[in-house]
Write a protein that binds this ligand. Structure first.
Ligand code: GDP
Length: 292
């Protein structure tokens, strides 16, 4: 995770190592390396520009802490700014009873897997979740969710395999007095964003008034993923993101850009194919991973 970025950033820190103080000259060299590193990690150009400006201003302007060497000071500033960029944690808010969570996302991003991961996460917290398989577009998704549900001991509502709206309508009736406090809907994705999908998602949103609309975004897909995140958010006003496949050789661009571009928080991260390869989002932990 983030190996390339980590290696390149460490070169920037080396520039300042052994130096007596941070000067305009040595900071300029270090900043250039940081800039190249972030661009190579596929971080959005505007984000990079603002990031390095902030770092430079702080590095030159701030009172250097006596306890820190220039390179330590620089690492601290980069760390603080990375955390700022990743964005503050925002709570996972389940208010209604039952509360609905709508999982949305393009095909292959890990939506179905993440739906089961969230069910498992909630179950461990003492909740009584139920899954609804309303991805009628990808034929295998319904069976996949049923298999995952069995594995984690969470029931799965399937119903009419062709009509997502019917499945949701039926699910609403079934869960009403069932004792399930959270209903997780796996909705249909597509390979690319299209209007039919968005209309269906808008209708489902209208039907269930979800407390959370979580968009799964593939960390390996770079700025395409950020762009599709923006399009989904513009249309559906999502409540947050699940960034999947962070365990792969994702460069960092998605997780470091999506909050800035959409204004919406990352809530969870997927770090593998197994059900437990799933974490709440902690910006400080991600920053530590990036800095090594
Ligand atoms: P969907 O089409 O969006 O529902 O995607 P799936 O849930 O079927 O996931 C697509 C593929 O990505 C599957 O092979 C999953 O096992 C895999 N996958 C999902 N989340 C992660 C993750 O966090 N890390 C890795 N390495 N693979 C993942």
């Amino acid at each position: 995770m983030f190996e390339g970025l980590r290696d390149k950033l460490s070169n920037a820190f080396k520039v300042l190592s052994g130096k007596g103080k941070i000067t305009e000259r040595n900071i300029e060299e270090a900043i250039q390396i940081v800039k190249t590193a972030l661009l190579a990690a596929d971080v959005n150009y505007k984000v990079v520009k603002e990031f390095v400006e902030n770092v430079k201003k702080r590095a030159l302007g701030e009172e250097v802490l006596k306890s820190l060497t220039p390179d330590q000071m620089f690492v601290k500033i980069i760390r603080d700014e990375l955390i700022k960029l990743l964005g503050e944690r925002e709570p996972f808010k389940l208010i209604h009873r039952p509360a609905y969570i709508m999982m949305v996302g393009l095909q292959g991003t890990g939506k179905t897997t993440s739906a089961a991961k969230i069910a498992n996460y909630l179950k461990k917290q003492g909740k009584n979740p139920i899954l609804v398989a309303a991805d009628t577009y990808r034929p295998a998704a319904i069976d996949q969710l049923e298999t995952l549900g069995k594995k984690i001991g969470v029931p799965v509502i399937t119903g009419d395999r062709k009509n997502a709206l019917k499945i949701v309508e039926e699910a609403k009736k079934q869960v009403k007095d069932s004792g399930h406090d959270v209903v997780i809907l796996d909705t249909a994705g597509r390979l690319h964003i299209d209007d039919e999908m968005m209309q269906e998602l808008e209708q489902i949103k209208e039907m269930v008034n979800p407390d959370e609309i979580l968009l799964t975004v593939d960390a390996m897909a770079g700025q395409d993923a950020v762009n599709s995140g923006k399009t989904f958010n513009d249309r559906l006003n999502v409540t947050g993101f699940v960034i999947t496949k962070l365990d792969g050789d994702s460069r960092g661009g998605v997780i470091l850009t999506i909050r800035y571009i959409t204004g919406k928080p990352v809530k969870f991260v997927g770090v593998g194919e197994k059900i437990d390869d799933f974490d709440e989002f902690y910006p400080d932990r991600i920053a530590s991973r990036i800095l090594g």
